[in-house]
Design a protein around this ligand. Structure first.
Ligand SMILES: C[S@@+](CC[C@H](N)C(=O)[O-])C[C@H]1O[C@@H](n2cnc3c(N)ncnc32)[C@H](O)[C@@H]1O
Length: 376
């Protein structure tokens, strides 16, 4: 949901377009669905991060989000996104922030840990540090070496970002460009996530400073969707059994598109194929019920939920905040907005682990009151 050429032509889908038909599909052209070689696809996937960065900046400039760090990571000039996309980015960020804030404010002994897969230029670490200065937090971001190096370059260039890191650990080399960064609080690991999908634990890469016993929230915001379902399963298996002790309380928060089988979904897939992007888990887990079963299949059997972002807007955003956000830009096509929001999901699930007392049930307590489609 990052850039306007990624979404279907909504007017056409709602039967109001002049040309009719699925415009995105026509643009796909022969061979678009096979989507080129793996290297070309990886390059396209890496590039999606700048879409996400641009969407964040658009939302900040229009007052949807308060994020002083967004601009510092964007490498392209800011372009105002469509109101629909701004609303979508707002809901996406708000939903994930809600789950993370509840985790961080739930009392536990010892530190908490977040592992952000395909973090790209996400600013969340910096925002969380400002918002929860007294919560002991170990943060890990994983992304392709090129994206990680570019993030470190942005940090190197910005005194504000350097101030936000524990600078006693900051020694960035520009030549050759540094790709990974490690400290007791913030870590950026430059790697292809698929290297975690190995059957041989001896070949798994080192993830320095990953605490094997801290309650850990694994976040995938538009990342695992680009990988094949069996690889995703192996990656999560490695994280939850090798890097983390099987006794550690752990959870997964996923943000991904859903409902690929209606006109909107089919057109979204065709549009992305023209950019050499495929979304394997979208077709593997098409509905919210599939996402719920998926999380349980990864071992997050303690509990969880799955909602579409239309539900998040209706049920998670308070009345006053809704009014504020609705007043930021004219958005009179409510039917289009609803169609758009119902094609993205936020899913969460946890395992309690074998830890004692407050550590054991941290996710259960954190997310007890979160409204789920199933009424949870
Ligand atoms: C759409 S961006 C999302 C970035 C960030 N999570 C956000 O929501 O703002 C997808 C990110 O996932 C990363 N990614 C996708 N597949 C990956 C892989 N196999 N290994 C490492 N990173 C990957 C991309 O490089 C990119 O930074």
């Amino acid at each position: 949901m990052s850039s306007s050429n990624q979404i279907p032509n909504l007017k056409t889908l709602l039967g109001r377009g002049r040309g009719g038909g699925l415009r995105g599909r026509a643009r796909g052209g022969p061979g678009a669905s096979s989507a080129g070689s793996e290297a070309v696809r990886d390059n396209a996937v890496r590039g999606t991060d700048q879409d996400a960065a641009g969407s964040r900046v658009s939302c900040v400039e229009l007052g949807y989000l308060d994020d002083p760090y967004a601009k510092l990571f964007a490498t392209q000039p800011s372009t105002r996104r469509l109101p629909l996309l701004n609303r979508g980015s707002y809901v996406r960020t708000t939903a994930i922030d809600t789950l993370i804030d509840r985790f961080l404010t739930t009392p536990t002994p010892g530190p908490k840990q977040i592992v952000s897969l395909g973090a790209g230029t996400d600013t969340r670490y910096f925002r969380l540090r400002d918002k929860h200065p007294n919560t002991p937090l170990i943060y890990h971001e994983l992304d392709f070496p090129a994206n990680a190096a570019s993030k470190l370059l942005s940090i190197h260039r910005s005194p504000d970002l350097q101030d936000a890191l524990d600078t006693s650990h900051l020694s960035l080399s520009l030549s050759p460009p540094q790709q990974s960064y490690h400290s007791p609080t913030y870590n950026l690991h430059a790697l292809d996530l698929r290297t975690l999908a190995t059957p041989d634990p001896a070949t798994l890469p080192d993830l320095p400073n990953l605490n094997p016993t801290a309650p850990t929230l694994i976040l995938s915001e538009m990342c695992l969707v680009y990988l094949h379902a069996p690889a995703v399963k192996s990656i999560l298996h490695a994280l939850t059994t090798h890097y983390l002790s099987p006794a550690a309380p752990a959870s997964l928060v996923l943000y991904e598109p859903i409902r690929p089988n209606d006109a909107f979904g089919r057109t979204m897939i065709a549009n992305l194929a023209t950019r050499n992007i495929i979304l394997p888990t979208l077709t593997a887990y098409p509905e919210l019920a599939d996402q719920r079963a998926r999380l349980r299949g990864y071992g997050f059997v303690g509990g969880g939920g799955a909602v579409d972002t239309g539900f998040v807007w209706r049920e998670w955003v308070g009345g006053e905040e809704k009014e504020r956000v609705a007043g930021l830009e004219m958005l009179d096509e409510m039917e289009e907005l609803e169609l758009f929001l119902k094609h993205y999901s936020v899913c969460w699930g946890w395992r309690d682990g074998d830890a004692e007392g407050e550590q054991r049930d941290v996710f259960r307590r954190a997310w007890a009151g979160v409204k789920d489609h199933d009424g949870g």
